[in-house]
Design a binder for this molecule. Sequence first.
Ligand code: SF4
Ligand code: SF4
Ligand code: SF4
Length: 466
Amino acid sequence: MRNNFLSKIFRNKYFLLVMQLITITTFFILISGSLYVGPGNNYKLTKILQHTNLPNLLVWSYWFSLIVIIAIFFGRFWCSICPMELVISIFNRFGLKKEPGKFIKSGWVITILYTIILIFGIHVFLIQWIPSRMALYMLSLLSIVIIVSLIWEKRTFCNYICPIGFLLKLYSLFSTIRIKNKNQEVCANCKTKDCISAKRHYNFMKRSCTSNVNPPDLKYQTDCILCGQCIKTCPHDNLKIGYSKPSLKKIANLNFSSSEIAFTLIIAGLVAWEILFKWEVARGIYLAPHYFISNLFNFTGTLYKIDKALLFFIIYPSVIFLIFSLLMKVLSKKSLKNCLGNITVSILPIIVVMHLLSAILIMIEHSVYIKLAVSDPIGLNTANAILNKEIIINKAELLPWLITLVCITLPVIGLIISYKIIKLRNNNKAQKSIALLTSFVYFALYEFSMIGWRFDLIEPFLKTCH
Ligand code: SF4
Ligand code: SF4
Ligand code: SF4
């Protein structure tokens, strides 16, 4: 019943197009509501404005959190209504349609772009805090999408450049929705293969798949952006979208490329930043090397921010990944790349589950600003009123015991899935033991921080240190 409903929606000629028109209109409304909004040089006001400006609040606290949550459970649904996909499908009809080169296809563009966004965009230019800069970021993204679509063929941007797409691809490994064929024989006897036909790549409606996958026989559902075009294109009505049990065996057999390992490593750093920072003690330990290096080299301003971001997103996760991978390499005699890939797949469930937790917490924590942001969408007056204590923000949590329960349970769920994947992946005893050790250490790091944060374990920690 649910599958039929979904298939009907995806087969409908206009539904996803209308959704994309809605999201692209929203995209421009968000830009116009933030383009001229900035706090000047007032740092304290900036910190508040990120929550009181409605477009900023919606993009960073709700849109980003929701697409992560949806991808984990239902796959790349965001991609099916993403306004950029609409822009791509319009512009690449008139473009040069070049085949992307080896470097673009390597996946390193995604990793490099994401690193630049995290380090320079978020930490140096504060696109997450200052609404006008968020708007410029969104406009830059749109320009890149247009340029890429005018030069390269098909969905080059989605397939090889979009970091969000790659993040959703990674997380949708665990999702339950995918495109399936109804009858294999129909496909086997199909002469026209309209779902992959090159003649149909640039049709606006009834397009063949431009994500370089074979719709009736998807190896991993993660490469499919759920655009529904193949369903509409199939002349035999032989494709549907429906429920499919996530296969841990398939995840266990994943072989990550170097660029994918690097991307996952950066995501691990991002998630650690969002989760571990909640407990003051973990934050202090985490920040200590950054303060030490900054003092030693007298880093201020931009250098201070770059040092901080490099430590959190690249150096810390690299050290953790490398220590365990080298240990695995020594004991198992496998190559370092093989061991890095093994460690990445082993802890992926914990990363995903902790990102899910982070997204849930962000949405709950920032919900106190929704009413204020709706009543003053630009948010400058509200931010000033909060700064001058004319408005008091009550951050008391609704159902705190439930949040505590979720914070403590989710890392355990991540560990259990990790354990199952490690068991399925490793025949080599040494690899299995190190993978298990890594995932347990990684789990303990989060679990301990969550317990510390929820039960406010500062005093006991200090006593233990003494
Ligand atoms: S891959 Fe990126 S650009 Fe493409 S549809 Fe998904 S989010 Fe949009
Ligand atoms: S999905 Fe449709 S178009 Fe594609 S091979 Fe099968 S029958 Fe042919
Ligand atoms: S298989 Fe291709 S055409 Fe079909 S929904 Fe997925 S991305 Fe779109």
